[in-house]
Design a protein around this ligand. Structure first.
Ligand SMILES: Cc1cc2nc3c(=O)[nH]c(=O)nc-3n(C[C@H](O)[C@H](O)[C@H](O)COP(=O)(O)O)c2cc1C
Length: 187
């Protein structure tokens, strides 16, 4: 039976660098027997967590009635959760940050939705020529994964790509994204 990946794509740019890498990653993962569901978070209505802790009391997904429902359904059914995002002001773009915050229901002490032990992947792109631009995002991702008890199955952080199609001509990077997907077979 094929295994499933949720790919959360946080870029607002159609066919931009993040999406191009996501597509290569998904192709590699398909070779490893994974079926991907790509969710373009730009344009979805996903509000921020309002810290009511109703999810902890009721042991359910967030009661806010918005497009996060689609993300919860996909994550619940996935073996691998992948975050793909452009770097915005050295951090997550607003299109994907609320998804992180709305993961809170999974981390209640008595949660009925256990996602610990899942694998996760980060793919990020940035215009800066210095790879230290990713220090904050990488740290945020790694600390959050440690908290979530998720296994990091790959990180691809691509700097020096500004124009929307900059990564398309970087064969070696597209190959890395593909191979990261393909390597999921060992997960
Ligand atoms: C609002 C905004 C903030 C950005 N902030 C940064 C940044 O802090 N560091 C950086 O290196 N690039 C930054 N960039 C550039 C993007 O990360 C870069 O163009 C990336 O390749 C976009 O990926 P995409 O084509 O998938 O949207 C920013 C771009 C925008 C629109």
């Amino acid at each position: 039976m094929s295994r499933k990946i949720t790919v959360l794509l946080g870029s607002p740019r159609r066919n931009g660098n993040s999406e191009t890498l996501a597509v290569s990653f998904i192709e590699g993962a398909a070779k490893a027997g994974y079926k991907a569901e790509m969710i373009r978070t730009n344009g979805l209505k996903i509000g921020g967590c309002i810290d009511c802790r109703r999810c902890w009391t009721n042991r359910t997904h967030c009661f806010l009635n918005d497009d996060m429902k689609e993300v919860y359904a996909s994550i619940d059914a996935s073996d691998v959760i992948t975050f793909v995002a452009p770097l915005y002001f050295y951090s997550w773009p607003a299109q994907i940050k609320p998804v992180w915050d709305r993961l809170l229901p999974y981390f209640s002490p008595n949660s009925r939705m256990d996602v610990s032990g899942r694998s996760t992947v980060l793919i990020a792109t940035a215009g800066d020529n210095d790879d230290r631009c990713f220090d904050g995002l990488k740290k945020s991702f790694e600390l959050a994964c440690n908290y979530a008890k998720w296994k990091i199955a790959g990180e691809l952080l691509v700097h020096g790509v500004h124009e929307a199609n900059a990564v398309s001509s970087r064969e070696e990077i597209l190959k890395q994204a593909f191979e990261m997907g393909e390597n999921l077979k060992s997960q």
